[in-house]
Design a protein around this ligand. Structure first.
Ligand code: ZN
Length: 139
């Protein structure tokens, strides 16, 4: 069995945002040379997510509105986590909802997606460099 590891770095200029990282994951898969196996992609930070869904701008706006309803950023004093001096309690909660990682089957050297599936990086406390891990195993 072979394995391949790669880190991607993102530094979003805004507090929150979504990035379609499917092309970068496909590039890593090509670099790995693996044809049959599994591809794990996870956010390496507890205020960012990796998830799979549709690449559709209305849906991305809906996520932003829905997550702000579930865990509004302000007032920051509403969260006990922010008593530590941080202001990112909402980002931890948003990350929990949107998830840490995805696993995609690798078949014939390609990501074996269902219809419309794309891999996204979700940032909830940006304006600093954060990493995503890609690990591919197989043969
Ligand atoms: Zn925090």
């Amino acid at each position: 069995m072979r394995s391949y590891r790669k880190e991607l770095t993102f530094n979003l200029p805004s507090r929150r945002g979504f990035v379609n990282i499917t092309p970068q994951v496909e590039e890593a898969l090509r670099e790995s040379g693996i044809r049959e196996g599994l591809c794990l992609v996870n956010a390496m930070h507890i205020t960012a997510s990796v998830y799979i869904n549709d690449a559709e701008s209305g849906l991305l706006a809906d996520y932003e509105a829905w997550l702000e309803k579930l865990a509004p950023h302000a007032p920051v004093s509403q969260y006990r986590h922010n008593n530590t001096g941080e202001d990112n309690a909402d980002a931890h909660l948003k990350r929990q909802i949107m998830g840490r990682e995805v696993v995609v089957a690798v078949t014939g050297g390609r990501l074996d997606f269902g219809p419309w599936e794309q891999i996204y990086y979700g940032e909830f406390d940006g304006r600093r460099a954060k990493r995503v891990l890609i690990k591919i195993i197989g043969e």
